[in-house]
Design a protein around this ligand. Sequence first.
Ligand code: AMP
Length: 305
Amino acid sequence: MPLLVTGTIGIDTVQTPEASADRVSGGSCAYFAVAAAFHHKPVRIVGVVGGDWPEDHAQLLSSIQGLCLEGLERRESSKTFAWGGRYFDNMNQRETLFTELGVLEEAPPIVPESYKDSRIIFLANSHPSVQMDLLNQFPDRVLAVADTMDLWINIAHDELLKVFKVIDGVIINDSEAELLTNINNPISAARRIIQLGPKFVIVKKGEHGAILVHEDGIAALPAYPLDQTQVVDPTGAGDSFAGGFMGYLAASGHSDFATMQAAMAWGTVTASFALGSFGLEGLVGTTRNDLDARMIDYKRITLVS
Ligand code: AMP
């Protein structure tokens, strides 16, 4: 089933305790799409960049098989979304240093006619009104899932609640689930979010894995264990988890609880490759064989069959 994603295509500047990277390829939509394309093709991108979008970032996305970039608009006189963040010592927590919305403050990107038969929609992190605008263009969707983050919870709370009313699922960080609900237990926070509209919520807990709260039950999966040397930059791991998860659902054509549990395992394994380098390089340098081998290892480690 065709899978469509909208979100940011961004330029990231990242500091970790060990290293830093300036103006690398990123954005919620970019991480999601590259991760999803391991599992399902095509992944249709709806996004917008400015005239300052670096040529090497463009080449990187164009090199990924199965990504459809017809819905990626370039506005020459505008600025690309840019984000800067700094990780603390344990790499599980970060602070945002700056967010330059750029093109995100303008009209949302136009959805190409050829995308209109998309049935599975992922609203990666972006302004909730952009998410809503996209959703309204797909009345025949079979599954719509959204991510969000602190900025939007703080500055566009009401618009976000409108999105939550009409989507099927939410994938969110533990800290953001707490910010949204004022509840610091991920399961209770997820249940509170379900009361806002969605049928299921996945709470991502960084190196501590992820929890699915669904009307048919609860599932919890650990992260793939990585040592210090393997975690170079956690940026985009959450979006990559969502990409692996949604890509697997789109490929299977199902979205029942058991399929979601399997999809979470693929999301976890896919995300583990995003941590290995700054920017999209970690995912781009990964092969299908790498993914399959790590899944075998993950099942051995977790005793998941
Ligand atoms: P993650 O580490 O999975 O939360 O995703 C980080 C990615 O999201 C980075 O590549 C950023 O460019 C992008 N990003 C950061 N802040 C925002 C925001 N407020 N809205 C959309 N995307 C964002």
